[in-house]
Design a protein around this ligand. Structure first.
Ligand SMILES: [Fe+2]
Length: 248
């Protein structure tokens, strides 16, 4: 285990595992990419691993069972949230177990990490329920926090993905903006890096562990960048840093 401070949080996202281990998506062997990224995560020695949705491509049981084995190999607590490609019920039944848990908060005073479910079954876009917004509001204004959710709550400048964003992202941002302790909202879904640090909280997205997309394009275009993960380092005085690590 790493030293207690800084708290080291690794975020992976959009693994898109298929029914078979050799499943390819947009020409990318998604499972071997994931295993490489998880090795890099393990070498970084985080305190917590977060997986922010689209963990499988079709929501099938076999993919979640293999993913559970892969995530447990990192040997740290794991929190998972669903994305639009996931089946929330199958995920809950077959991915959780061992060190992998669903969206429960993670507390390491003075920090709390909050995980929100934005899945609308059968739809590519997302929504956070009033119940999830209430959970967010219950943090209170002073609580230092990071929030993780699959769909970004604001457009990222690419028409194709912004057309399937978060339906009520404005509601989420309104609640979050009223809570100055929330430092960042970290998302997946877009398969590239987007960072809006001009606002509080910051809105961040993270490269996929599967295939990448070109940022700021009207139409979907695959990018040749390698997969990666996002690292957060949190300090007891409320300072924090983040960076993206690519795994060639
Ligand atoms: Fe997604």
């Amino acid at each position: 285990m790493s030293e207690q401070w800084p708290l080291k949080i690794a975020q992976i996202t959009d693994c898109h595992l298929g029914p078979e281990p050799d499943y390819e998506l947009n020409g990318q062997p998604v499972e071997s990419h994931l295993l490489r990224v998880l090795e890099a995560v393990r070498d970084w020695r985080p305190h917590l691993l977060v997986a922010t949705g689209d963990l499988t491509d079709f929501g099938d049981e076999a993919a979640y069972l293999r993913l559970n084995q892969h995530l447990n190999m990192v040997d740290v607590p794991v929190r998972v949230i669903p994305g639009n490609h996931d089946d929330g019920d199958v995920l809950a039944r077959h991915l959780t177990g061992g060190r992998v848990a669903l969206t429960f908060d993670w507390h390491r005073p003075p920090w709390t990490l909050l995980f929100l479910d934005s899945l609308i079954p059968g739809f590519p876009d997302g929504r956070v329920s009033q119940q999830e917004l209430d959970r967010l509001a219950e943090l209170g204004p002073a609580q230092l926090a990071l929030v993780f959710v699959h769909h970004p709550p604001q457009p990222v400048g690419s028409d194709w993905i912004d057309a399937m964003g978060m339906r009520n992202g404005d509601d989420l941002l309104r609640v979050a903006e009223g809570l100055p302790g929330i430092q960042a909202i970290a998302c997946g879904h877009v398969h590239h890096v987007y960072e809006d640090t001009s606002r509080h909280p910051a809105v961040l997205t993270t490269p996929s562990t599967s295939y990448q997309t070109l940022p700021v394009t009207p139409d979907f275009e695959v990018d040749t960048q390698p997969p990666g993960f996002r690292a957060f380092e949190l300090y007891p005085d409320g300072q924090w840093t983040t960076h993206v690590t690519r795994v060639p």
